[in-house]
Ligand binder design. Structure first.
Ligand code: FES
Length: 204
């Protein structure tokens, strides 16, 4: 079954921007073209391995920052600046992952058939934070929340809150959504407190 991993909120990745991400230990470059198309690739240029997340978006392509090799939305190399008249071989291609957006969250999975995404319908994106702590520390910091895989749900001041949890290096990414747009500011402040609590708990 497809294992989806949240890599951010849609609002975290505007058009024309590339960011680093991950999927089950694999490092990724996740980018959005100028027209809004989303893609997730292995974070390694097929030329000499530079991180594609350090590259730059031009229109509907992503270019590596090292020698400028350029890749189209299907991951295939479309241009090698040092050989401007050459058509790049089809084998030169970034490693493509499945990347979709639903309910304001960017999800990554392996290439293949789509499985069901976690249901976050009706929820409103708040913001994403990084925290230095693990799931055990998060569990102690949020005793009223119920975890279903990476999706944690609870109530904050009478408002439904969902946290989508992502492993991020030595810590976690917390992607927060709430049940009503009018409560986004309050939930965002609450989230600051959660970061402090988790980091305190991680030290105990
Ligand atoms: S390493 Fe990417 S273009 Fe050379």
């Amino acid at each position: 079954m497809t294992m989806w991993v949240a890599n951010g909120l849609s609002q975290d990745l505007p058009s024309g921007v590339v960011m680093a991400g991950n999927w089950q230990g694999a490092e990724l470059a996740i980018w959005r073209s100028v027209s809004g198309r989303l893609a997730a690739w292995g974070d390694r240029c097929p030329h000499r391995g530079m991180r594609l997340s350090h590259g730059f978006v031009r229109g509907e392509t992503l270019s590596c920052i090292y020698h400028g090799w350029t890749y189209g939305s299907d991951g295939a190399c479309s241009k090698i600046p040092a050989h401007p008249t050459m058509v790049p071989p089809a084998a030169i291609k970034a490693e493509v992952y499945q990347c979709v957006e639903a309910d304001g969250v960017i999800w990554v999975g392996p290439a293949g058939p789509e499985a069901d995404l976690p249901d976050l319908s009706g929820m409103v994106a708040v913001r994403s934070v990084s925290v230095l702590g693990d799931v055990a520390a998060l569990t102690r910091a949020l005793p009223g929340f119920v975890a279903d895989g990476a999706l944690w749900r609870g109530q904050v001041g009478g408002v439904s809150v969902s946290l989508v949890v992502q492993a991020r290096g030595a810590g976690l990414g917390l992607h927060a959504l709430c049940g009503a747009a009018a409560h986004r500011v309050a939930v965002s402040r609450w989230l600051d407190g959660v970061v402090q609590l988790v980091e305190q708990e991680a030290l105990t």
